[in-house]
Design a protein around this ligand. Structure first.
Ligand SMILES: [Fe+2]
Length: 334
């Protein structure tokens, strides 16, 4: 057997995602009242929220902005030493921005950009979440009471970023951050990498890169929140529809990841996925699963075909029709 490079285990998990919103009050209503997240902190133009099962104090940061899109994607390091190692590796690769004093509830962080230009950071120190009395859970191992408000999302799960060059960004995530590649979509006899799904944890994927059919940079395809079962996804469809929120696709089942999903747009315009049912990966020698055009089909295992907007729309939105999206049936993803 050929010798393999020692795996990098310096990143523990996805820590938080910052979403930009041109409609901060409406976006806050969506995440707090409809999805059931809690507000933990407000600072200037930002509000920090959490899911009831998130151990971290804050996992979503909503920031008022002119356009929708993704701000800083934060990853927690496995240790202080791991943080230093990754900071050096990223700086050596020419991707570093520099050290910060840390966001709310956290110690210093090292900021950098992925090859496509998305802003990310790594941190280690994290303040433990202590629930205020009204959110105290009677369940000792639950960080916060399950309030049952709205959808009641448990925790953040993953995000999908668009990239003009999926291969370059996939290599960055696997080679520099140490993520394990879980699944890929490749067309044209494997020559064209359409999408790659990766994770630093047993969670099927915490980061996906999918081709930006409009050739733009730094865009968000979707941000995903976890619920415990399929019934919760169906209930989310009822709650969102009752409140006039657009559902773009689902509830249906993906072939890749086996996830049961629903895609919606929060009022600021960012695509949000309510997600459950995907499988865990614990094998250290996991062999990535590759799908070609034929195997990939429409990207759904069953349920309605994903609409054209699923390929064309991302945040921030850009004009024009993506040349790479050959037909409305352009098979994808996620
Ligand atoms: Fe997803």
């Amino acid at each position: 057997m050929a010798a393999q490079a020692e795996p990098i285990h310096d990143i523990a998990h996805l820590g938080s995602v910052e979403l930009f919103t041109p409609k901060p009050e409406e976006s806050l209503w969506y995440f707090r009242e409809l999805l059931g997240m809690e507000v933990v902190h407000r600072a200037k133009e930002s509000v920090h929220l959490r899911g009831y099962g998130d151990y971290a104090t804050s996992t979503l940061k909503l920031t008022a902005s002119r356009n929708a899109g993704v701000g800083c994607v934060a990853w927690r390091a496995a240790s202080p030493q791991a943080l230093e190692r990754r900071a050096k590796a990223l700086a050596d690769a020419g991707l570093g921005i520099g050290w910060t004093n840390g966001d709310f509830g956290r110690g210093r962080s090292y900021r950098f950009r992925d090859p496509d230009g998305h802003t990310m950071e790594i941190y280690f120190e994290e303040q433990k979440f202590v629930a205020p009395p009204e959110l105290h859970s009677n369940l000792k191992n639950l960080p916060q009471k399950y309030t049952g408000r709205g959808v009641g999302v448990r925790r953040i799960d993953h995000l999908a970023l668009l990239a003009s060059d999926v291969e370059a960004n996939r290599k960055f995530a696997t080679d520099l951050l140490g993520f394990q590649l879980r699944e890929q979509v490749r067309y044209d006899n494997g020559k064209t990498e359409i999408g790659s799904w990766m994770s630093p944890t047993a969670i099927h994927h915490q980061l996906a890169y999918v081709v930006d059919v409009k050739g733009a940079h730094g865009r968000l395809h979707h941000f995903s929140l976890w619920v415990d079962n399929r019934d919760d996804v169906l209930r989310a469809a009822d709650i969102l529809t009752e409140n006039g929120v657009f559902i773009e696709a689902g509830p249906s089942k993906h072939n890749n990841s086996q996830g049961f999903y629903l895609y919606t747009y929060e009022p600021g315009g960012n695509r949000v996925e309510i997600y459950s049912g995907s499988f865990l990966v614990t094998a250290p020698d996991w062999e990535p699963v590759t799908w070609n055009e034929e195997e990939r089909g429409t990207g759904t295992y069953w349920g309605a075909t994903l609409p054209d907007s699923f390929i064309q729309y991302a945040t921030p939105d850009v004009e024009g029709k993506g040349e790479l999206a050959k037909t409305p049936e352009f098979p994808v993803f996620f």
